[in-house]
Design a protein around this ligand. Structure first.
Ligand code: HEM
Length: 443
């Protein structure tokens, strides 16, 4: 499935598969045979199943149980985390209830934690914009993926996790190394796992006003191991998926004049819904395994076969997609970008807020942003799950109201808790993270 054609245009590959096989297609995923489900009603049926037919438990994966998955299969690490994303029934509900309680203070607009997080997110966004535009006068170039959209959600997540700030920056760099799967990914993943174990132990001894402490308060029976499995999901699930939603929203605003107009009218969350619908960041979901043989589309899927549900494919199903009007001001909410059923996304409101803040700050601080490449040549990351840009090169013009005076942008960046005015002298950056981000600037 993961060919160059798929990277550049997954929708064409989906259409070819749909034409050839119908709503369910047999594909090869990096050497492992998998069913790809592309039909909207079939995807809904699988995701919404409450009857115990469609399991997420890895123990129900026949080839894995019988030792037929190659040990070096590149997707194994993503599955073997074996967090609540791979549980069903009561064990899933036990952990999800804790997620719901622990996220609530950060997603409920009336809660002080949520308000503080929003202020911090705005400050992170402003600091990132300052750093990426520093030294470029009023006009400059940037990669809005690496310099803005990817770091911002991770900064928010780090704050949610309640790391000490300096340690948080190191963890941030390791998350990035792990997600990019480069040569230092294995070492970074190892360090990251030990950091989340330490974090769980610290919060058990000394709880604070943060996500892990709220999770433990909701379920004091959690073991360190269980906590670590869930905590590591947070940056992985949320970091790059939210970054992708931010990038895809920026692109949609830049290329679609109707959307641009709606942004000016202040209906940013409507724009975000439209992007989740037409270009869902979590394009395909981790596997389900039927516990009995199931007839679906033109095939019988045998019990224990891996099934990958395609949200992007379902949205393009003519039975669903034909009803989408590209010129309508409002877009349907009956889409699957946040999942459906027992595994439905629990962070939708947070992800939408981070995206809204990111996009609003960007279009406030820049009077003009232009894609530096034609939209159809933007580079996409090869990924079986995400639809995310590898880079988002733009040319920008700073708005007059925000043109920096002196070298205000060279201040060290705080963790969003201080509102101190920018010093007028050059200070060394506080951490490897900010040195890294400053190193990405294009003069
Ligand atoms: C744009 C950003 C995001 C998108 C598009 C997204 C989408 C999704 C989708 C499609 C699922 C269902 C997965 C499945 O059924 O296999 C899911 C699950 C989940 N998401 Fe999100 N998500 C985003 C951000 C977040 C954030 C910010 C959080 C938390 C802070 C979060 C927490 C979760 C959790 C806890 C689950 C449940 C996993 C499970 O029970 O299997 N997500 N998300």
């Amino acid at each position: 499935m993961l060919t160059r054609d798929y990277d550049s245009s997954p929708s064409l590959v989906h259409e070819r598969l749909r034409d050839t096989y119908g709503p369910v297609a047999p594909v090869d995923l990096l050497g492992v045979p998998v069913w790809l489900v592309l039909g909207y009603s079939e995807v809904r049926e699988i995701l919404g199943d409450q009857g115990g037919i469609w399991s997420k438990r890895l123990a129900n994966w026949r080839d894995r149980a019988e030792g037929r998955i190659p040990p070096e299969w590149p997707l194994s690490p993503a599955f073997e985390v074996n967090s609540s994303a791979f549980q069903d029934g009561a064990p899933l509900r036990r952990v999800r209830d804790a997620w719901t309680s622990a996220l609530a203070p950060f997603q409920d607009h009336t809660h002080v934690q949520s308000q503080a997080l929003e202020r911090a997110a705005k400050k992170y966004a402003d600091d990132l914009i300052t750093v990426l535009s520093e030294g470029s006068g009023t006009v400059g170039w940037a990669d809005l993926s690496a310099q803005f959209a990817r770091p911002l959600p991770l900064m928010v997540i780090n704050r949610l996790l309640g790391f000490e700030s300096a340690q948080g920056d190191d963890v941030f760099m390791d998350i990035w190394r792990m997600l990019d799967a480069g040569p230092d990914a294995a070492e970074a993943t190892h360090r990251l796992l030990s950091s989340v174990v330490d974090l769980a132990v610290t919060k058990m001894r000394n709880p604070g006003q943060d996500f892990p402490s709220y999770m433990l308060a909701a379920n004091p029976d959690f073991t360190v191991d269980e906590m670590a499995r869930e905590l590591i999901m947070l940056p992985v699930l949320t970091g790059d998926v939210t970054a992708s939603l931010i990038c895809n929203t920026i692109v949609e605003i830049l290329v679609n004049p109707h959307v641009r107009a709606s942004l000016n009218d202040g209906i940013i969350e409507e724009t975000i819904n439209r992007v989740a619908l037409v270009n869902p960041p979590m394009a395909n979901l981790t596997f389900r395994f039927p516990t009995v043989d199931v007839k679906m589309g033109r095939f019988v899927i045998a019990a224990g076969d891996p099934v990958m549900v395609s949200v992007a494919g379902a949205h393009a199903d003519p039975a669903f997609g034909a009803a989408i009007d590209p010129h309508a001001i409002r877009s349907t909410r009956a889409h699957l970008a946040w999942g459906v059923g027992p595994h439905r996304c629990q962070g939708q409101r947070l992800a939408t807020r981070i995206t809204a803040i990111a996009v609003s700050r960007l279009f406030e601080r820049f009077s003009r942003i232009r894609l530096a490449l034609p939209a159809d040549q933007l580079p996409w990351r090869p990924s079986p799950f995400l639809r995310a840009l590898r880079s988002l090169p733009v040319q920008f013009e700073l708005s007059q109201a925000h043109t920096p005076s002196g070298n205000a942008g060279s201040r060290p960046i705080s963790q969003g808790r201080s509102q101190a005015p920018a010093p007028q002298h050059q200070e060394p950056p506080r951490s490897a993270l900010w040195r890294f981000l400053q190193g990405l600037r294009r003069q």
